[in-house]
Write a new protein. Structure first.
Length: 301
């Protein structure tokens, strides 16, 4: 009897932990890490003198909640497409471990709480930018994925918003320096996302998602786009130096990192393989936090 009772308790615990894990998965934590890093950079560079840690906490927490709500609602909208792709078929919604209504309300609550926190504890501009990101991501980028490869361009606009949210939380305005950070993140997204799309091109085709240029079976157009954006990223990453936000340490570091990132893009362009696309994705994940970390370390006073 005791053994049956223990087994029942263990099963209940496993189910509870699985549900927690599924809700966590809905928020897209791997994306949220870069969102938080980007928001932190914007906040830090906008700050004059000492940091207001209370405002910083609310900025990061509010942005995290809105981003988590966005990720959840994106998975709610794309649950049928996710079911058709191998890489996403085991997500909580297509696998049937969570109901669609649960995900819908979870996403709405998260986004609503995040928008409220930013509005009350930072300012309406930061909150509006976060909610604008959610709206454009869900209402423009997500539906366009089934219609046109231009979805990547459209999605890059809300995707680059986190530094602006961090900046606005401090200054309650957006200057040229904030838009320089926006430009870095905007251009970075294209090599990153196109490499992922090339790796999973068969999966995306199965779900009728059009993330790659049309009629580009050999990947030549994709490769040229990756090279073009990687090259444009180098001068864009140096803009903070010319705007007086950073010094020579950042200048040298950003240049080295940009050339390294370009190297991986060139290798993929010369030999379009999944392994080289994966290396470019990994390089992009390393590149962005390092560039932003250098920018924070070498911030000019």
């Amino acid at each position: 009897m005791n053994k049956r009772s223990d087994n029942a308790r263990n099963d209940a615990l496993r189910q509870w932990l699985q549900r927690l894990s599924d809700y966590w998965t809905l928020t897209k934590p791997e994306v949220n890490f870069l969102v938080l890093v980007s928001t932190l950079v914007g906040y830090y560079l906008a700050s004059r003198g000492g940091l207001d840690f209370s405002r910083l906490f609310h900025t990061l927490m509010g942005t995290l909640l809105v981003a988590s709500g966005t990720g959840t609602l994106n998975q709610y909208i794309e649950r049928q497409s996710d079911k058709q792709m191998r890489r996403t078929a085991n997500r909580p919604l297509p696998a049937g471990r969570l109901g669609s209504a649960e995900a819908l309300w979870f996403g709405i609550v998260l986004a609503g709480l995040g928008g409220w926190e930013l509005w009350v504890f930072t300012n309406p501009l930061a909150s509006s930018l976060a909610l604008l990101t959610l709206g454009t991501y869900l209402l423009a980028y997500t539906p366009l994925k089934k219609r046109t490869p231009l979805c990547t361009l459209v999605g890059a606009f809300p995707g680059a918003m986190p530094p602006l949210i961090g900046w606005a939380a401090v200054r309650n305005s957006l200057g040229l320096e904030a838009w320089a950070l926006y430009a870095i993140l905007f251009l970075w997204q294209f090599p990153h996302l196109l490499a992922i799309a090339w790796m999973y091109r068969e999966d995306y085709a199965r779900a009728s998602l059009q993330l790659l240029p049309r009629n580009d079976r050999e990947g030549r157009t994709t490769a040229w786009q990756i090279l073009g954006y990687s090259l444009a990223l180098i001068p864009a990453s140096l803009m903070p130096v010319f705007l007086g936000q950073a010094g020579k340490v950042y200048l040298v570091g950003a240049l080295v990192l940009g050339l390294g990132f370009l190297h991986f893009g060139m290798r993929l362009a010369l030999q379009r393989s999944n392994s080289l696309a994966r290396r470019l994705v990994l390089a992009s994940i390393v590149y962005l936090p390092l560039v932003f970390a250098l920018l924070m370390v070498d911030k000019t006073r």
